[in-house]
Design a protein around this ligand. Structure first.
Ligand code: 5GP
Length: 135
């Protein structure tokens, strides 16, 4: 599949669509997932165009995982979950719905199932407050 320059994350990177930003540097951006699977669910993206792990250069993957570690540390500090899942999906069959490579950073709690993927939009005020704490 060819990379779609107008996918939602490309538009967020270009600043055409707002997001609840947690971190940004020259290579990566991190923001709250608008349909979180758990409180504090964040997304980390390399800025370079690439839809999946196969079409994203290794240096960009490395930059993104560095930012994912930074964000996971912040999530641990702010939400104090006993576990944190870092996930990255490739292809529709794997559940990928936005075709610009990204890592999910999701707090996990013992005995609490993961929420449904990309199902329900969270309260924007709540996401803004969470992003502020994570920043
Ligand atoms: P994927 O299914 O591709 O692994 O994950 C895409 C993620 O992006 C989903 O968890 C979904 O909730 C999230 N998402 C979809 N549209 C938007 C949006 O416009 N803004 C933000 N912040 N997240 C989005």
């Amino acid at each position: 599949m060819a990379y779609d320059n107008d996918n939602i994350f490309a538009r967020i990177i270009r600043g055409e669509i707002p997001c609840h930003r947690i971190h940004e540097d020259v290579d990566t951006i991190a923001f709250m997932d608008i349909m979180p699977q758990a409180e504090g669910h964040a997304l980390v993206l390399p800025k370079i165009a690439g839809e999946d792990v196969f079409s994203t250069p290794p240096e960009s993957l490395a930059a993104a995982i560095r930012t994912a570690q930074l964000v996971a540390r912040a999530v641990k500090q702010v939400f104090a979950p006993p576990g944190i899942m870092i996930a990255q999906l490739n292809g529709q069959a794997a559940g990928q719905s936005v075709f610009h490579l990204h890592f999910h950073v999701i707090p996990r709690y013992a005995g609490k199932d993961l929420g449904i993927h990309a199902a329900a939009q969270a309260d924007p005020a709540k996401l803004a407050a969470q992003a502020e704490r994570l920043r």
